[in-house]
Write a protein that binds this ligand. Structure first.
Ligand code: AMP
Length: 286
């Protein structure tokens, strides 16, 4: 496994691999890797000849009041996780290599970037789409692997790739969870064991929502969301919920008439536990 820090050498290696007829899979990450990231790497390894994992804590997707400086980082640990997962190249640039000091260009997927996460993190997705497009241009993959854990991110990136005719296959991989249902996340490192137990209410509540919808056991959408909120608040007083949304899985439009809706339904939510902000979702077909 090789570590590449600069853009030009990464582009040259990728170009060479492509010309050699090898299929490249890219797994973009912000590091502090866990089994969720490894799941993406294993999927990439199964489909592709060469796996490139990028590790870059992208400053443009954090707003000034967010946790960019506190975001956990441990390159040596990540190096061995990548090695064990069969990664061939780690692309590990710094912010200067990625943005220089007079950076001006951003990609924006309109509307979908402004709902749910976008309400609380208004510039977040513009940073994500921009860095992912740059990573695609640098690593030239045939396929790119993202997690269902970040459902809105996956929806927005799928739209960007379609709208901009980017020649890459988008692969979305299932969420890997702790035994109690808590979605694995680099930010879980900030949770105490007690918080981790308490935060398992998020996935339990998403499942409750799914069951209620599939069994038609609710009056209307507002009533259902209220019930889900109170399930979190009563079972986990430390949770400070930001939103629960029930939307489609293409444009993240609210589904108002859930009872008559046919197709994929996404329930997503975000909640603070102390200073740690967690997101999760459940996707199912009705
Ligand atoms: P991050 O390092 O948090 O930016 O995540 C990098 C990629 O890993 C994204 O595509 C995430 O959706 C994905 N990911 C993060 N956590 C999980 C998880 N628990 N299960 C599956 N994929 C995940």
């Amino acid at each position: 496994m090789k570590v590449i820090n600069d853009i030009k050498p990464m582009q040259e290696i990728s170009e060479f691999l492509r010309r050699s007829g090898l299929k490249i899979g890219l797994v973009p990450t912000m590091g502090f890797l866990h089994e969720g990231h490894v799941g993406l790497m294993i999927n990439a390894k199964d489909d592709c000849d060469i796996v490139i994992a990028s590790i870059f804590v992208n400053p443009t997707q954090f707003s000034p009041n967010e946790d960019f400086n506190q975001y956990p980082r441990d390159f040596l640990r990540d190096f061995y996780i990548c090695k064990n997962a069969g990664v061939d190249y780690i692309f590990y640039p710094d912010a200067t290599a990625m943005y220089g000091d007079d950076y001006k260009t951003f990609v924006n997927v309109t509307d979908i970037s402004n709902v749910c996460e976008g309400v609380y993190r208004p510039t977040h997705f513009q940073g994500v789409t921009t860095v992912v497009l740059k990573l695609l241009n640098i690593t030239k993959p045939h396929a790119a692997y993202f997690g269902q854990k970040d459902a809105q991110q996956s929806i927005i990136l799928t739209k960007m790739i379609a709208d901009l005719n980017i020649d890459v296959e988008m692969k979305i991989v299932e969420t890997i969870r702790e035994e109690n249902g808590l979605a694995k996340s680099s930010r879980n490192t900030f949770l105490s064991d007690e918080d981790k137990e308490s935060a398992s209410i998020l996935f339990k509540t998403l499942n409750l929502g799914k069951t209620k919808i599939l069994e038609n056991d609710f009056d209307d959408k507002q009533g259902l969301i209220k019930k889900l909120k109170s399930n979190i608040e009563t079972n986990s007083p430390k949770a400070v919920l930001q939103y629960i949304a029930i939307t489609d899985n293409k444009l993240m439009k609210d589904i108002d008439d859930i009872k008559n809706y046919k197709g994929e339904i996404l329930i997503s939510l975000a909640s603070f536990f102390g200073k740690t902000r967690l997101i999760d979702n459940i996707l199912f077909k009705k």
